[in-house]
Design a protein. Structure first.
Length: 144
């Protein structure tokens, strides 16, 4: 069984769709509510290395990409989810599962306004303490 097949078996029904971009990159669409358990499976059961989370403001909502590396096979697996509520984008924090996700969740919260519920401290990381509340510099509707 190759690396991607093992991951597909592990995620099961949590995976809505699969997109194998090339032999080294697999994108898996996952419902926002399933992100913590899917990350837990990849990190603890499959033993993948957490790389980072990236966030983008798209016309459909906020897309979050959770990147993991299978160093033994030289592959990257990305869990992709969409937060369509532009007024109150939120998703459960994976920091209780992967401590190293704390800073990137803070960064995404600060720059895009995504609330990571269950995060231990979403305090300022990059912007000045007096940055205006409700202003997110990486949102497409932010006044430059």
């Amino acid at each position: 069984m190759n690396s991607f097949e093992r991951i597909k078996n592990e995620l099961g029904e949590k995976a809505r769709s699969w997109d194998e971009k090339n032999p080294r990159n697999l994108f898996v669409d996952v419902a926002a509510g399933d992100i913590p358990s899917a990350c837990e499976r990849l990190f603890n059961a499959v033993r993948l290395r957490f790389i980072i989370v990236s966030g983008t403001d798209t016309p459909r909502g906020f897309e979050l990409l959770y990147h993991f590396s299978d160093d033994g096979h030289g592959t990257v697996i990305t869990l992709r989810t969409l937060l369509s509520d532009r007024q109150n984008p939120q998703i459960a924090s994976i920091t209780p599962i992967i401590t190293g996700a704390s800073w990137i969740e803070r960064e995404i919260h600060e720059l895009l306004g995504v609330k990571f519920t269950g995060h231990p401290s979403l305090k300022h990381l990059l912007l000045a303490e007096d940055w205006p509340e409700g202003k997110y510099p990486l949102r497409n509707d932010h006044e430059k």
